[in-house]
Design a protein. Sequence first.
Length: 179
Amino acid sequence: MVKNDQGICVTCGATNLPGTLFCKNCGTYLASGGPLRTEMLSKETTPPPLPRAERKRDVTGKMLSIEAEILNSGRKVLLPINVEIVIGRLDAARGIFPELDLTLDDGLEMGVSRRHARLFVREGTCYVEDLGGDNGTFVNDNLLVPRVAFRVLDGDVLTLGMLQVKLHIYSQDTAPENV
C-alpha cells in the first residue's frame, strides 16, 4: 500500500492536513492511499443463512451477562448489560468507538459498518437493532428492519455483513461459575 503523506484524498481529491488518517470529506482511509471503508457486498458474497437452531427457553431469571463469540475469529467478549452496546468498527477520526469493536476480526473485509448494530437490555430482555448500514443485520436467518428492535435469545447468531457473532445470554439459572 502506498502511504499518502500529502493528505490528498485519492477518492474525492479533497485536501486534508498531513498525517490525517481519514478524509474529512468522504471518509477514505488516507494512510493506505486508498479506500478503506465499508462497501456494499454483492448478493453473491452474502453468506447463506445458518440453519435455524432449536430456540432455547426464554431467560426468566435476572440477567447477569452477555457473551459475544465472534465465530469468524473465535474471540469471546463479555459484555456489560447495564449499557447500550454498539457493534461496529473503530474510527477514531470520526469519534466512533463501538463497545464491541470488530475491526481486528476482519470487520472491514467482512462488511461490518462503523456503527452496524446495537444490543441493549430492557426489563430483563435482550434486543438487537440494525443501525442502517449497507450490509444489513441478520438474527439467525431473519433480516432485521433497520431501526426496529428485535428480541434475541441465548444461542442466536447475529450476521453483520458476513461476520457472525453468537450470543450467549446468562441468567441466574444458566450462568457458568466464572460469570
